[in-house]
Design a protein around this ligand. Structure first.
Ligand code: AMP
Ligand code: MG
Length: 404
């Protein structure tokens, strides 16, 4: 068995980023930039007023109040083109270009207007309320770097830089293959001892959340022919994720069958719970992550390994699972040699930290507890027993997109 950290590193070092595509900025939120972006214009393009008021010379304001002659207007998008002389003011509006000769803005609230005259009633300082040309960004300057996941705020920045198209990484295609004679898809006829396949839909939703493009290859039966045939569907994918059949039972065929098809195993079995039989390898050029079939294992393995794998394929630095401090609401037992991810719920707050309670049944098949959980309690190998009120580490689940 290898450690969680070692497994994660092996996966990350085996993956490289997928190819690129150029898309409209309209659809770019959440996508990963494939190249550095340089501003295509300077912002603001010239010195501009940050307020409604009057553009004046500071040298005219040595004595307050002072009355100046209003010689024109500078609205946003317009301009006052002559040069301001001593004793003059230009009426200016937020976003209006500061006329030549003016070096400060007096806000409207500190003035009184009478026809062509304005009386300045409060002093100010040079440069006040002037946004200098280029203080936001300059043409040719770097705006964003390759590898950045575009947030809505980044979209605003790129729009302002006059970038209508961006080159991003394609969404990595993650092929999901469920395995098991007992499985039927939701809505299909179901026999007495069968169960509904939940994992593919569950992991598919997680893949989407992480910025990947899931494709469901369906359910392979626990026989060589079915598994071999259905795994062929992964040929064009960036990563094949098998769900189930990864363990040591007679019906756990993933390793043996795909081994004959050219699967090279990098590692199998990790010192963690759930998720111990996780395997990683390469199936004729397609990386493969083989997850155990229990739904909780799928979720934990997706958080710990699949999310960073999608990051690596997407060309961004792989997230570390977000771990934060919390307080135990009850005693817990010592842990064994495996890193443990226990389903837990934040039930309140203590000393400014979340107060957590473990679900009493930690069976890794329990979807109801998994759905009701809002965090995993993470326990290190050989962690000692702890009393109520002790500090522990949790992985919050509801953020959707945990990052370090
Ligand atoms: P396996 O890893 O194939 O030994 O499966 C472990 C447990 O997870 C078994 O009880 C399976 O029935 C269950 N299981 C496997 N695949 C799925 C799936 N796609 N959806 C829900 N449960 C599954
Ligand atoms: Mg199975």
């Amino acid at each position: 068995m290898i450690s969680v950290e070692e497994a994660r590193n092996n996966i990350l070092s085996a993956l490289s980023s997928v190819s690129t595509e150029t898309i409209s900025l309209h659809t770019a939120s959440g996508r990963v930039l494939a190249e550095d972006i340089m501003a295509r214009r300077t912002q603001p393009p010239s010195d501009m007023s940050a307020m409604d008021g009057y553009a004046v010379k500071i040298s005219d304001l040595t004595k307050i109040p002072v009355t100046l002659t209003v010689i024109g207007e500078a609205p946003a998008g317009g301009s006052y083109d002559a040069t301001l002389q001593s004793g003059q003011a230009v009426r200016i509006f937020t976003g209006g270009p500061v006329p030549n000769g003016a070096d400060t803005i007096v806000i409207q609230e500190n003035t009184s207007r009478d026809g062509d005259s304005v009386t300045i009633e409060e002093g100010t300082e040079k440069g006040r309320f002037i946004r200098k040309a280029g203080i936001d960004f300059k043409e040719g300057g770097k705006g964003l770097s390759a590898g950045k996941t575009l947030t809505p705020r980044d979209i605003g920045l790129l729009a302002a830089m006059n970038i209508p198209w961006v080159t991003v990484r394609r969404k990595p295609v993650i092929a999901l293959l469920s395995t098991g004679d007992e499985l039927v898809r939701p809505g299909e006829p179901v026999g007495p001892n069968q169960i509904i396949s939940s994992n593919a839909l569950l992991v598919s939703a997680m893949v989407e959340m992480a910025g990947g493009m899931p494709i469901d290859l369906g359910i392979a039966q626990d026989n060589e022919q079915s598994l071999r045939h259905m795994a062929e569907g992964a040929k064009s994918a960036d990563l094949l994720v098998t769900l189930g059949g990864a363990s040591v039972g007679d019906h756990d065929l993933v390793q043996t069958v795909l081994g004959k098809e050219g699967l090279n195993i990098d590692f199998w079995r990790i010192a963690m719970r759930p998720g111990k039989p996780l395997m990683f390898g390469d199936l004729n050029g397609t990386p493969m992550l083989g997850m155990p079939g229990n739904p909780v294992s799928s979720v934990v393995c997706s958080y710990i390994f699949l999310y960073p794998a999608i990051d690596a394929l997407s060309g961004r630095s792989p997230r570390k699972t977000l771990v934060s401090p919390a307080i135990l609401s009850h005693d817990i037992k010592e842990n064994d040699q495996r890193e443990d991810y226990q389903r837990a719920k934040i039930i309140g707050e203590k000393d400014g930290l979340p107060l957590v309670e473990l679900f009493s049944n930690q069976d890794s098949s329990l979807l109801s507890a998994l759905s009701a959980a809002n965090c995993f309690l993470k326990r290190a190998p050989f962690a000692p027993a702890l009393k109520k009120g002790s500090q522990v580490s949790i992985i919050p689940l509801d953020e959707g997109y945990p990052r370090c």
